[in-house]
Unconditional design. Structure first.
Length: 369
C-alpha cells in the first residue's frame, strides 16, 4: 500500500521521535532510540532509498519456483502428491523468512553506523501504536480495494476447485492439487474478511483517515494493481471454466453420437450378414430348381400295353405331368429370382447405409481431434 515505514518506525514524543531500528536478522529484541528531526531525516533517507517490497516478492517468487522445481526433480512426480503439498506448505515460512531477510538486511546494515551515535531510550513503539499508525496511513479505499481483490482471488480458486473436482463428482481429498487450491481459497477468504473489516472500521472512525497528502493516486497504485490483477484472474478462470464445460458438453454429445453410430453400424453389419446368408440360400435353392428343371422327377417309361392307342395315351399323360412339374419349377425359379433381386436391393441399401454411417463417423472423429 502507501509507504508507511515512517509512520510505523517513528513515534512522536515530547522530546522528538522514538525510532525502532531494523533488526538485520528480522527477529530479536527491539531496539529503540530517541532522535531529533534532523536525525529522523537522515534515517528516513537511508530507509526509503530502497524499496523492500520489490526485493521481497522477487526473492519469494524465485524461492517458490526453485523449491517447487527441486521437489519435483527429487521426487520424480509429474503431478504433486499430498505429501509434496504438505512439504511445500511447510517450506512457505522458510521462504517468507528468507525473502524478508534479503529485503531488509542491506538497509539494516546501512543504518548501523548511524545507530552508534543515537541515544537509546526505554520508550517503545507498542502494538497499539503500530495499529494506530497503520490506520493513519491506510485509507478506506485501500482496504476496500484489497478486500475485493482478495475475495476475487478466493472466488477464482473456488472455481478451480469445482472445475478440478468435476462439480463434486471427484473426491477433492484424493487430489493434492485440489488440496492446494482449497488452502489458497481459504487463505484469501480470511484475508478478504480481514481487509473488509478494516474498511468497515475506517467508516466508523473517519477521523483515522490519512491526510490528503497521503491519499494520492501513487499511493493507491498497489491496491489498484492488486484489484485489476485479481479481477482479471477471476475473469480468466471463469471464462476458461465455461469454455471447458462447453468442450466437455460437446465432447459428451460427440461421444453419444459415436456410440449411436457404432450401434447402427453393428446392426447394419448383422443385417448385411443375414442378407448374405439369404443370398447363399437363394443361390442353393436356384441350383436345386435348375437341376429339377433339367431332370424331372417324373420318368416316362415305355408302356407295356398292347394297344397303340393306349400306349399313346399313356405317353401323352406322362409328358403332361412332366410339363406341369416343369411349369411349377419355372414358377419357383421366377419367384426365387425375384426374391434374389429384393435381397440384393436390401443388401445394396444396407451397404449404402453402412458407408454413410462410416463417413459420418469419420467426420465426427476428425472434428473430435
Amino acid at each position: 500500500m502507501a509507504d508507511n515505514r515512517e509512520a510505523i518506525m517513528f513515534k512522536t514524543v515530547p522530546d522528538g521521535y522514538v525510532f525502532q531500528a531494523l533488526n538485520p536478522f528480522v527477529f530479536g529484541r527491539g531496539r529503540y532510540y530517541l532522535v531529533s528531526e534532523a536525525e529522523k531525516a537522515q534515517l528516513l533517507a537511508i530507509i526509503t532509498a530502497r524499496s523492500p517490497a520489490v526485493y521481497f516478492w522477487l526473492v519469494f517468487m524465485v524461492l517458490i519456483a526453485a523449491g517447487t522445481g527441486a521437489l519435483a526433480y527429487a521426487t520424480g512426480h509429474d503431478d504433486p502428491t499430498v505429501s509434496d503439498v504438505v512439504i511445500m506448505l511447510a517450506l512457505i515460512p522458510l521462504w517468507l523468512y528468507a525473502a524478508v531477510l534479503f529485503s531488509q538486511y542491506p538497509t539494516a546494515r546501512k543504518l548501523e553506523p548511524l545507530l552508534a551515535g543515537l541515544q537509546p531510550t526505554s520508550q517503545s513503539i507498542t502494538s497499539a501504536d503500530l495499529r494506530k499508525a497503520m490506520r493513519k496511513t491506510v485509507s478506506f479505499r485501500h482496504y476496500l480495494a484489497l478486500g475485493i481483490s482478495q475475495a476475487a482471488l478466493s472466488a477464482a480458486f473456488i472455481v478451480m476447485i469445482v472445475q478440478k473436482s468435476n462439480g463434486g463428482h471427484v473426491a477433492i481429498l484424493d487430489d493434492s492439487g485440489t488440496l492446494l487450491f482449497i488452502f489458497n481459497a481459504t487463505a484469501f477468504a480470511f484475508s478478504s474478511v480481514a481487509f473488509l473489516i478494516a474498511a468497515l472500521n475506517k467508516v466508523r472512525h473517519k477521523h483515522d483517515e490519512p491526510d490528503l497528502a497521503d491519499r494520492s493516486f501513487k499511493g493507491f497504485l498497489l491496491p489498484l494493481f492488486c484489484l485489476v490483477i485479481s479481477l482479471g484472474l477471476l475473469g480468466f478462470v471463469v471464462t476458461n471454466a465455461w469454455r471447458t464445460n462447453q468442450r466437455n458438453h460437446e465432447t459428451a454429445q460427440i461421444q453419444q453420437r459415436i456410440d449411436s453410430l457404432s450401434v447402427r453400424i453393428d446392426g447394419s453389419q448383422i443385417r448385411g450378414r443375414a442378407a448374405k446368408v439369404r443370398i447363399a440360400a437363394n443361390t442353393a435353392h436356384m441350383s436345386e430348381l435348375i437341376t429339377r428343371l433339367n431332370s424331372p422327377a417324373i420318368k416316362c417309361e415305355a408302356s407295356a400295353a398292347s394297344d397303340d392307342t393306349a400306349r399313346a395315351k399313356s405317353s401323352e399323360s406322362c409328358r403332361e405331368l412332366i410339363r406341369k412339374e416343369q411349369d411349377t419349377v419355372r414358377q419357383e425359379i421366377a419367384a426365387t429370382r425375384a426374391e434374389r433381386v429384393v435381397i440384393e436391393r436390401e443388401s445394396a441399401a444396407l451397404q449404402q447405409e453402412n458407408d454413410a454411417i462410416r463417413t459420418e463417423l469419420n467426420e465426427i472423429k476428425a472434428m473430435r481431434r
